[in-house]
Design a protein around this ligand. Structure first.
Ligand code: C2O
Ligand code: CU
Ligand code: CU
Length: 550
């Protein structure tokens, strides 16, 4: 099956770093007894695309999104009688310059830029954000009205913002069906009761999230706390957001979103670009000093895996992952990030004065660091040896283990492919209903040919292990039979996560404590094409169990 999909993409001649898997798992025979998917074909773009080789390298400076400033004080029903700092962030259409030599690109962005402003918050200090929808009345990307939540009776332009990785009450999580139309806004409240971490915000509207994010609706959200601040990490101009995504860019400057050959069912299973945007620019450069920098690498792509490295044999010192600091820095030559994953890294340009250092994705250079001859000050920061302990959650304290299959199939009518979690659709009754304070293990059984980055709202989790299993036994009688010993998480994966790469042919087990406010949240695959096509499920956090003493 994986072959089918690869041919499906490669046949169209615009495949770009198809979602590779982290480990070489033989998945080619995996799906032989799964239902056959309708042979979807990718239409060739009607507009000529930019030839990546034709674009001049490193002629535009790297944009650094502005830091958002609270615009005033407001009240929110969740904090009665309290005036809280409030940001007003407006989604609008704008024209971007992706590259010096390209015509302007119509896009959508928060505050009219993509990425939107970086919102920085302090742990435990609540803030409000009024997310204003001032988008146009018409969408400029191809909506598939056959997808759940995007039917013809729904307005084309809808938006609702979610802060990815935020521990937030249900009223402000950005429930996908709580979208609103241009002219409306929502006032959300964020308690920020969580550790310092690199989060990001993005659109989450039901059935069109992939299009809204592709249009440019994303930005960085950083949580700080005293423990992180005490480490003396590079700050100010030495700390940079790097939001990475790929796009198909046409020669007329427009974003092209791929469609199938069926105009009534344009949805495609993946969207891979021909070019990589770093903070919204193609092949930008940045002047740096010969010293240590902190980079907040964030994969905001629809479906591409980034495989990042630096030239000159320079290493990343990874200090954090999705949900904050690792126990200790991990030196890495290569960093792979699935959509929505983050890596907080230190890079030391100290030995490379006068050089041009490149950040690469696979073999292509996507950003140039021009290292000056001297540093502006001698206040050199160092790479700390210890960061923040991440005590392991004890699997024996889990009250429940849920075995959840990741699947893809044709629907009963032989129509378009759908992607499913635990064989269920979005509208099926809620099946994951943990109690507040419970520790649970969720085991993702990936019986598809592709990796799926699985994300849970509200909670942070730890990866317990990944383990290869017998696909035939699973497909034939849902028996989990392991074929290899379990692989513990790598050193860069031992911290707190909110998104995990679930590799094909593997069971990926995570453990979480379900703290937070009771109510409805979601969990989903963060390949946005999958998320929009049923690979998203609600979960409900129930109030804490009443302790019963016999
Ligand atoms: Cu990045 Cu449901 O979100
Ligand atoms: Cu999220
Ligand atoms: Cu998926």
């Amino acid at each position: 099956m994986s072959c089918t999909r690869r041919q499906f993409l490669l046949g169209a001649g615009i495949a770009f770093g198809a979602v590779a898997t982290r480990r070489a798992v033989a998945a080619s025979t995996a799906m032989s007894d799964m239902p056959m998917r309708r042979a979807a074909t990718l239409a060739s773009p009607k507009v000529p695309l930019v030839n990546p080789m034709s674009l001049a390298r490193f002629v535009d400076p790297l944009p650094i999104p502005p830091r958002a400033r609270a615009t005033g004080l407001r009240m929110h029903p969740a904090w009665p009688g309290r005036q809280l700092p409030c940001h007003r962030v407006t989604m609008r259409a704008f024209n971007a310059r992706l590259h010096r030599d390209l015509p302007p690109t119509p896009m959508w962005g928060y505050e009219g830029s993509s990425p939107g402003p970086t919102i920085e918050v302090q742990g435990d200090e609540p803030v409000l954000v009024e997310w204003v929808n001032a988008l146009p009345q018409r969408h400029f990307l191809p909506i598939d009205h056959g997808l759940h939540g995007a039917e013809r009776d729904k307005p084309d332009v809808r938006a609702v913002t979610h802060v990815h990785g935020a521990r937030v009450p249900p009223h402000s999580d950005g429930w996908p069906e709580d979208w609103y139309v241009p002219g409306k806004s929502a006032l959300y409240g964020y308690p920020n009761g969580q550790d310092a971490a690199t989060l990001w915000y993005h659109d989450h509207a039901m059935g069109i999230t992939r299009l809204n994010i592709y249009a440019g609706l994303y930005g960085a959200w950083w949580v700080r706390d005293p423990q992180e601040q005490a480490l003396g990490l590079p700050a100010g101009e030495y700390e940079l957001p790097l939001l990475l995504c790929d796009r198909l860019i046409a020669r007329n400057g427009e974003l092209y979103y791929p469609v199938s050959t069926d105009p009534d069912a344009p949805w495609v299973m993946q969207c891979q670009g021909n070019l990589v945007l770093c903070n919204g620019k193609l092949f930008p450069y940045l002047q740096v000093e010969p010293r240590i920098y902190r980079l907040r690498l964030t994969n905001v792509a629809n479906s591409s895996l980034f495989e990042l490295s630096l030239s000159h044999g320079l290493a990343f010192h990874q200090i954090g992952s999705d949900q904050g600091l690792l126990p200790a820095p991990v030196q890495r030559e290569r960093i792979e990030l699935y959509p929505a994953e983050r890596a907080d890294v230190l890079v030391d340009f100290g030995e490379l004065a006068g050089s041009a250092v490149h950040l690469r994705h696979q073999d292509s250079e996507i950003l140039e660091f021009r290292v000056a001859h001297r540093a502006a000050s001698t206040a050199a920061s160092v790479i700390p040896r210890a960061l923040r302990p991440a005590p392991r959650l004890d699997a024996s304290r889990a009250v429940r283990e849920r075995v959840l299959a990741l699947g893809e199939m044709d629907d009963s009518g032989g129509n378009a492919t759908v992607m499913l979690l635990d064989g269920k659709r979005w509208s099926d009754p809620i099946s994951e209903r943990p109690h507040q304070g419970d520790i649970e293990i969720w085991s993702f059984v990936n019986a598809t040919g592709d990796a799926h980055p699985i994300h849970l709202h509200l909670v942070r989790f730890q990866i317990l292990e990944r383990r290869a299993f017998d696909l035939f036994a699973w497909n034939a009688h849902r028996t989990l039979r392991y074929t290899d010993p379990a692989q513990p998480p790598a050193p860069h994966e031992v911290g707190w996560k909110d998104t995990v790469g679930a590799d094909p042919g593997m069971v990926t087990r995570i453990i979480a404590k379900f703290d937070g406010e009771p109510g409805r949240y979601v969990w989903h695959c963060h390949l946005l094409e999958h998320e929009d096509n049923e690979m998203m499920r609600p979960f409900e956090l129930l109030p804490a169990r009443i302790e019963r003493r016999e």
